[in-house]
Design a protein around this ligand. Structure first.
Ligand code: NAD
Length: 289
């Protein structure tokens, strides 16, 4: 299956590499040439533009930062909808607004291109290990055909509804992840201010009812104040905005999500936007002098 991967960043690079290793014929494109060359060195093919990348593809996967980049790559004069062939799949694995996914899907369908929004959870570790959670919106038969490919990238793979539904589930995921990071940061501040070793304290939390993948994987790096991304605050702040907009549309109040979004905004304002989202700890520390 000729597969094109557009967007070879923290997530896209290891995901594309996993497809190469699984025997897929993978062509990569990114505005930054470095990751394209690295994919080619692993056995993929390098493309220098979206039209070149999309030509002859059976599946185009996009893994881009946000809605404007997905819209540019989909709708631009040099975009994948203009250059993709009827029958091709477009699987957008970026985290974007549900409305973006719906608009892209409608335009794709008119061209005979088969769209899925399939955002992921599991972070860089999940992308490298091929253990992502994947939540897909779109036609059930398109999901069924794409499932074998998605199985290379993830282990928990669900069709959650029509176009845009994958993004709504991802928004729900992001408000949970942001909330847990905020509370782990508060737990560290409380333990340290009380003279209790935070590493030992969090070890106990990780084994109890409050345990989570976040505590399991990130507690040590948080206590050591290691904040290299991972997942950038800038991108998580974008996701909190998506969650709040979705809540407004659905007519529901999400008060805790609002607080976490403001903490993310403060982290950005304090110059931490390019750090990992676990750097919410820096904001909680600063609140405490
Ligand atoms: P990233 O910034 O590391 O990667 C994005 C890549 O897209 C970059 O290499 C960039 O050069 C490329 N790009 C930007 N505009 C482009 C364009 N017009 N054409 C081609 N390439 C373009 O971001 P990431 O962390 O890999 O995240 C990608 C998406 O996945 C985001 O929507 C993010 O919210 C989501 N996500 C990230 C994580 C994580 O832990 N990093 C986890 C789950 C979901």
């Amino acid at each position: 299956m000729r597969t094109t991967f557009i967007g070879l960043g923290i997530m896209g690079s290891p995901m594309a590499a996993n497809l190469v290793r699984a025997g897929f014929d993978v062509t990569g494109y990114d505005v930054s040439p470095g990751p394209v060359e690295r994919l080619a060195a692993l056995g993929g093919k390098a493309a220098g533009s979206v039209p070149e990348a999309v030509k002859g593809a059976d599946v185009v996967i996009t893994m881009l930062p946000d809605s404007p980049q997905v819209e540019e790559v989909a709708f631009g004069a040099d975009g994948l909808l203009e250059h993709g062939r009827a029958g091709m799949f477009h699987v957008d694995m970026s985290t974007v607004k549900p409305e973006t996914s719906i608009r892209v899907a409608q335009a794709a369908t008119i061209k005979g291109i088969r769209p899925l929004d399939a955002p992921v959870s599991g972070g860089e570790r999940g992308a490298v290990d091929g253990t992502l959670s994947i939540m897909a919106g779109g036609a059930a038969e398109d999901f069924t055909e794409m499932r074998p490919l998605l199985s290379v990238l993830g282990t928990t793979i669900r069709h959650v509804g029509p176009s845009g539904a994958g993004q709504t589930v991802k928004a729900a995921n992001q408000l949970v992840v942001g909330g847990i990071f905020g509370l782990v940061a508060e737990a560290i501040v409380l333990l340290e201010a009380s003279g209790v070793d935070p590493a030992g304290g969090l070890d106990v939390l990780a084994g109890g009812l409050g345990g989570s993948r976040i505590l399991e994987l990130r507690r040590h790096s948080m206590v050591r104040r290691e904040f290299a991304p991972g997942f950038r605050i800038d991108l998580h702040h974008k996701d909190m905005g998506i969650a709040i907009a979705a809540a407004r549309r659905a007519g529901v109040a999400l008060p805790l999500t609002g607080v976490v979004a403001q903490l993310m905004a403060a982290a950005k304002a304090q110059g931490h936007g390019s750090l990992d989202h676990s750097a919410l700890l820096k904001v909680i520390e600063r609140l405490n002098g």
